[in-house]
Design a protein around this ligand. Sequence first.
Ligand SMILES: *Cc1c(COP(=O)(O)O)cnc(C)c1O
Length: 435
Amino acid sequence: MNFYSTNNHNKFVTLREAVMHGLASDRGLYMPETIPKIPPSFFESIDKLSFEEISYYVASQLIGKNLPHEELFRIVSHTIQFDAPLVKIEDDIYALELFHGPTLAFKDFGARFLSGLLGYFSQEQNQKITILVATSGDTGSAVANGFLGVDGTQVIVLYPSGKVSDIQEKQFTTLGKNIIALEVDGSFDDCQRLVKQAFSDVELNKKYFLTSANSINIARLIPQSFYYFYAYSKIKQLKKDIIFSVPSGNFGNITAGLLAKKMGLPIKKFIAATNVNKVVPDYLKSKEFIPRPSISTISNAMDVGNPSNFPRMLNLYNDNFQALSNDVIGDSFSDDDTMSALKEVYSKYDYIMDPHGAIGYLALKKHMVEFDNAVGIFLETAHPAKFNEVVEKVLARPINIPERLNEFIKREKSAIKMSADFNEFKSMLPTLITQ
Ligand SMILES: *Cc1c(COP(=O)(O)O)cnc(C)c1O
C-alpha cells in the first residue's frame, strides 16, 4: 500500500515516508492509495474474534504488505493493551469507552500505533528517531506514554512552565527512560515555535532524525478504525442499524470511522458532534467550509476552529458534498447543554460521562428519533477524571481517580528548565539526544 497527498493524487510515497514525515511536503495529508474491501465472511464471524485479532486483521488489510506479519502483529499488540468496552446506558444507547489507556483518552491508541511503526522503521537506519513535541498538556502525555520504552525512539516534550495542570505535567515528567521533558519559561506558542524552528534548522536536521508525531500522521488514524469494528462485533447480534456519534475537534476520530465504513463495516450513519466550534456542522448545512478562530468551552479538546482532518473526510468521498452529507449528520451543542446532559445521565442512569462524551450523547439522543430499529453508540473519548474540575462541579460529587493516574501523581517530577530562546534549545539538544 502506498500513500498520496490530499493535495496531489498522482504522487505516491511509501508507508515509511508517510509515517516518518507525517505531513506531505505540499502540506497535504496522506491517504491510502486504495481502500481495501473487507469480505462479508469476515463480518459473519467477527463476534468470535478478540479486539486484538480484529485489529490485526484490519491493519493487515490496510498495510499488511508494507511490513513483515510478525512486526505488524507486535505493533498491533502494543497498541491494543487495554480494552474498549461497550457500555449500555439506556435502551438502544451505548457508550464506547475509549479511555482505558495510560493517559485516559482515545489518543493513546494512535500514539501507541505510531510509536510502534516508528520504532520498526528506526531499525532500518542507523539512527535514532527523535520526536519533538510541543504540548499544552494532553498531546505530550499521550505521545510520551506511547513511546515509553520503544527502542530506537526518543521523545523530547516541550511544555510551558506553570501552564499545564499538575496531573498533566506528571504524565510526561515522571517517565524517565527515553522520555525527556523540557520546562520552557514561556507560553505554549513559544514551545511550538521552538519545535518548528528545530524542524527547519538545516544543521540540526543533518545531524539528527527529527520528527513530530503530529496528530495528522496517518499512523495515528489507522488504529482509530479498529474500535469501530470491535464495537460492531459486540452489537451485531441485535440486528439493528448502527449509528455512531463522534465528539469531534480535528475530525480524526470520525474520519477513522468513515474509513472503516468504506472498508465495508455496515454502519448506517455517523453523527459529527461538536461544541460551539461548529465549522463542520455548518459546512454540512451550507456547503461552505469557513474556518474561524476557536472559542473556549468545557470540552476543550474539541476547541478547534480549523479542523485539520477535514481534507481527509472530503477525500474519502472524492470531494462529493452530497455523498458525504448522506453519511454524516452534523450538530453542535453549548456548554449549558453539555452540563445538563452530564447531570441527566448521572441522575437517570448512574453513569458519569466526560464533557466530550456528553456532546456525543446529546447528538445521538437528538438524532436517534430519525431512525427506525436502530442502535446508537457514542464515543466516550476521555475518562471523566481527566476533566474532574468541571464534572465534580456539575455533579456535586467527587470523581474517583483511576489507579493508573494516581500512580503518576505519586512519582517525582523530572524536567529540565529552559528559556524560550532557540539558540539555548539548539545548543542543549546534543546533550539530550543519544545516538
Ligand atoms: C482529541 C479529543 C477529541 C477530538 O478528537 P478529533 O479526532 O480531534 O476529532 C475529543 N475528545 C477528547 C477527549 C480528545 O482528547
